[in-house]
Design a protein around this ligand. Structure first.
Ligand SMILES: [Fe+2]
Ligand SMILES: [Fe+2]
Length: 224
């Protein structure tokens, strides 16, 4: 019976660089941020904490969908069913955060959606730590888990930090569209872009459309 990764030692997870240890560290940080949000009164600091939570959750989930879930599908028997379940959770989180970003702080509907998205993030963490990642641990040795950890971290660093309806949940489409949008999101996070964001987003979406068409053509040609 696979054992949850929640209470294993870092050594058992394959060391600090293992994808399992990296996942657990991020999950603990998400928990800390959501708990901090709960203790704060309405205001600037609470909005800053919400923004940090969204940035962490989106870059983390994008790297899962690009690197980690394909590895689970390749190496775990029922990997398809396991990853479909967490991808559905990610899609619900994506849709709720898109709504939250459209609504104004202080709107009761927005607060209700924040509470729903936090509950979903907590559910996603439990499904990953209790169901998906223990199966990956059974299928891979510590060296493979560390290699996967390095790849996951590299993608996470340039991943989108906000929801984008155009990005699919699976490779190759998510990587082709998500990486340029990651650059756009990070520029927006750093520069606090609001007004030019729509125009900038159109440029990036157009660019990614061209890239996606190229990738689809390349795949079609390779299959012929
Ligand atoms: Fe995760
Ligand atoms: Fe996740």
């Amino acid at each position: 019976m696979p054992r949850t990764i929640e209470d294993q030692t870092t050594g058992e997870l394959g060391g600090h660089g293992s994808v399992l240890a990296r996942q657990r560290r991020d999950h603990a940080e998400m928990d800390r941020l959501m708990e901090r949000y709960r203790t704060l009164a309405d205001g600037e600091e609470r909005e800053r904490v919400l923004k940090q939570t969204v940035q962490l959750v989106f870059s983390h989930a994008f790297a899962e969908e690009t690197v980690l879930w394909p590895a689970v599908r390749r190496s775990v028997g029922d990997g398809e069913a396991l990853t479909t379940r967490v991808e559905e959770e990610h899609q619900e989180i994506n849709d709720l955060v898109a709504d939250i970003e459209r609504l104004s702080p202080g709107d009761p509907e927005r607060e209700e959606k924040v509470q729903r998205v936090f509950a979903l993030i907590r559910q996603d963490i439990r499904d990953e730590e209790d169901l998906v990642l223990p199966r990956l641990q059974e299928a891979m040795d510590p060296e493979q888990l560390r290699r996967l950890g390095t790849a996951w971290e590299a993608v996470r660093k340039s991943a989108p930090t906000h929801p984008h309806p155009v990005v699919p949940r699976r490779p190759p489409g998510n990587a082709v569209l998500g990486v340029p949008l990651g650059i756009y999101d990070r520029a927006r996070d750093v520069l606090g872009l609001d007004v030019p964001a729509a125009a900038l987003k159109r440029i990036f979406t157009g660019l990614t459309g061209v890239l996606l068409s190229g990738a689809v053509l390349a795949i079609v040609r390779r299959r012929r």
